[in-house]
Design a binder for this molecule. Structure first.
Ligand SMILES: [Zn+2]
Ligand SMILES: [Zn+2]
Length: 158
């Protein structure tokens, strides 16, 4: 059973938020866009319904950037320190948010899948039992049934 993602905050502490649901699926993305945007080797994103995120303090602003899929992503950042808190990918739509796991109070969240490992840093070792893909994957094949059911509810809402 996955746990509720819970509270998070930005680097300056102006923005506080609550994620009131468990993750649908967690990506560890090794693509070059995520590497550049984070200044690190990969990005860790927990997908959840956007409606499950409540900003409880502070102000955010949105920035559009390009992605490996070519469809772009809209990143929600703290207006003051510009820490990226979550984003909406063009491919998945605004109903789903990709929460930056490092902004949560509890950051110890293991990815469900490693993606774009074709550009993974050579020193990063993907665990042997982990699912990994050189590029993207088919959610219908990899997502657990409860996550697929939650996704269908979002699609039905439009
Ligand atoms: Zn901030
Ligand atoms: Zn990426």
């Amino acid at each position: 059973m996955k746990r509720i993602l819970g509270s998070g905050l930005c680097a300056c502490g102006d923005c506080h938020f609550e994620v009131l649901n468990s993750s649908l699926f967690v990506h560890c993305c090794h693509c070059t866009y995520c590497q550049r945007q984070t200044g690190s080797a990969f990005a860790l994103n927990a997908m959840v319904e956007s409606s499950a995120i409540k900003l409880t303090q502070g102000d955010t602003e949105n920035f559009e950037v390009s992605t490996a899929s070519g469809k772009g992503q809209n990143i929600c950042r703290c207006s003051r320190c510009k820490t990226a808190l979550w984003s909406h990918y063009g491919a998945a739509g605004h109903a789903i948010a990709f929460v930056r796991v490092g902004t949560l109070q509890d950051t110890d969240i293991e990815p469900d899948v490693h993606i774009y490992t074709s550009s993974k840093a050579s020193w990063v070792r993907v665990p042997e039992n982990a699912r990994s893909f050189e590029e993207y994957y088919n959610p219908r094949e990899e997502w657990p049934e409860d996550a697929q059911a939650r996704f269908k509810v979002l699609q039905a809402k439009g």
